[in-house]
Ligand binder design. Structure first.
Ligand SMILES: Cc1cc2nc3c(=O)[nH]c(=O)nc-3n(C[C@H](O)[C@H](O)[C@H](O)COP(=O)(O)O)c2cc1C
Length: 394
């Protein structure tokens, strides 16, 4: 059994999995449920200074599945904005949570004025919070801002919080950035103790019958498993140079996803949609999945593989472009559905009696048919003579 203990901003977590700010962490009792199911730490649902945000519309959830109806990359599209509580009551809830939980509880604040950032930081510190996440990236409140204005707003909030509290301050970044690396570096330079990458995107869905935006009639948070690969990409790029730890947020749907985020360099890994969609018991399954993978790989701790993928990511110049493989159909498995022939832009698959075949020419070895074959009848096989190329503009 691997040791999942994780150090983060001076805190010791029993494992790297953190319940992300959302309705699932809004009250002391819900935080306790996260703890009882094994979570390492939890971020209490954000306090919002903007008061209307404390009243979420009904209904506020839509599950958008991919076009093939598959679940692995669904989007949880939702408009659930703020904790229902005002600031003092919010701080009380943190104190209540601290009285019944032993895991670190991270306060999440979303303020508009410097005075309220200051007051919020002081109150949650007095209440016993273990760190402060600065929700400066809510997808429902995002207005388009220049990079400079956004950095200015985030760093001002950060400096105010740092001046008001000794707690680790963790800005939660928007994914809607052209330069997440520069933003993370700027926040580190301004005193952030860690960054959370990322909050959700802002999305829109439209009811084709009424031709209106769905649910409450506006934009909403667009997150869930599909976002994993975006988060992985940026954490793998940013983590090697960043002097502070990264708490990932976005896309976890199984224990393997936690392992991937740590391989990309995350110190801790938040999860939200998995708990929203499957209930608190999924926490145990996610951790078991991580432990099983670590056992299989022989890793004793998360430090043993953290960031391991970062120097394995190839640039354009390093990609092996020699064609070495082509597709091959197992005629015993092929059910002759013809999907491979319909999608092949090289017109490679040919109908034979009761099955298809793929001649070596004109197959280009792209591998799409392998991915799409509904009965897994297609595999890739090595070409006897790889197809090399020479550069030279024509
Ligand atoms: C229903 C819902 C409510 C959320 N509320 C908050 C919030 O109050 N504050 C915040 O910083 N993030 C909030 N988030 C974003 C999550 O904390 C998390 O960053 C995001 O969902 C990405 O993780 P996931 O892919 O595991 O869901 C919310 C997300 C969902 C789905």
């Amino acid at each position: 059994m691997p040791d999942l203990t994780t150090r983060f901003c001076g805190l010791t977590l029993r494992n790297p999995l953190v319940a992300a700010a959302a309705g699932i962490t809004e009250t002391a009792e819900r935080l306790k449920r996260c703890e009882d199911h094994g979570i390492g730490a939890a971020v209490i649902k954000s306090y919002f200074q903007y008061e209307p945000a404390r009243h979420s519309p009904t209904p506020r959830f839509t599950v958008i599945r991919d076009s093939l109806g598959r679940d692995k990359s669904f989007c949880l599209y939702s408009f659930e904005q703020a904790n229902v509580y005002g600031l003092e009551r919010f701080a009380e809830e943190i104190a209540r949570a601290k009285a019944i939980c032993t895991i670190p509880i991270i306060a999440s604040l979303n303020c508009i004025t410097p005075e309220r950032w200051d007051e919020g930081a002081r109150l949650v510190t007095q209440a016993g919070a273990d760190a402060i996440e600065l929700n400066v990236s809510c997808p429902h409140g995002v207005h388009v801002m220049s990079h400079a204005d956004m950095m200015d707003e985030m760093t001002k909030a950060l400096r105010t919080v740092k001046a008001a509290s000794h707690l680790p301050a963790i800005p939660k970044m928007s994914p809607q950035l052209s330069q997440p690396g520069a933003v993370a570096q700027g926040l580190a330079a301004a005193g952030a103790d860690a960054v959370t990458m990322f909050n959700r995107f802002t999305g829109l869905d439209i009811d084709l019958e009424t031709e209106q935006p769905i649910m409450h009639g506006g934009y909403a948070g667009h997150g869930g498993p599909w976002s994993l690969h975006y988060v992985l990409r940026w954490i793998s790029e940013v983590s090697p140079q960043l002097p502070i730890p990264i708490m990932s947020s976005g896309g976890v749907s199984d224990g393997g996803d936690i392992a991937k985020l740590i391989l990309a360099g995350a110190q801790t890994v938040q999860t939200c949609t998995a708990i929203v969609m499957q209930g608190y018991p999924v926490i145990g399954k996610l951790l078991q999945g991580l432990s099983d993978w670590m056992d299989a790989k022989g890793y004793a701790t998360c430090d043993d593989f953290r960031g391991k993928v970062c120097d394995r990511i190839k640039g354009n110049d390093d990609v092996d472009r020699v064609k070495r493989l082509v597709a091959e159909i197992d005629c015993g498995k092929c059910v002759s559905c013809g999907l491979c022939a319909r999608v092949c832009i090289y017109d490679a698959p040919e109908a034979a009696t009761g099955h298809y075949v793929i001649p070596e020419e004109p197959c280009d070895g792209c591998g799409l048919c392998v991915q799409l074959c509904p009965v897994q009848a297609i595999t890739m096989r090595p070409l006897a003579v790889p197809r090399t190329f020479t550069l030279g503009e024509k």
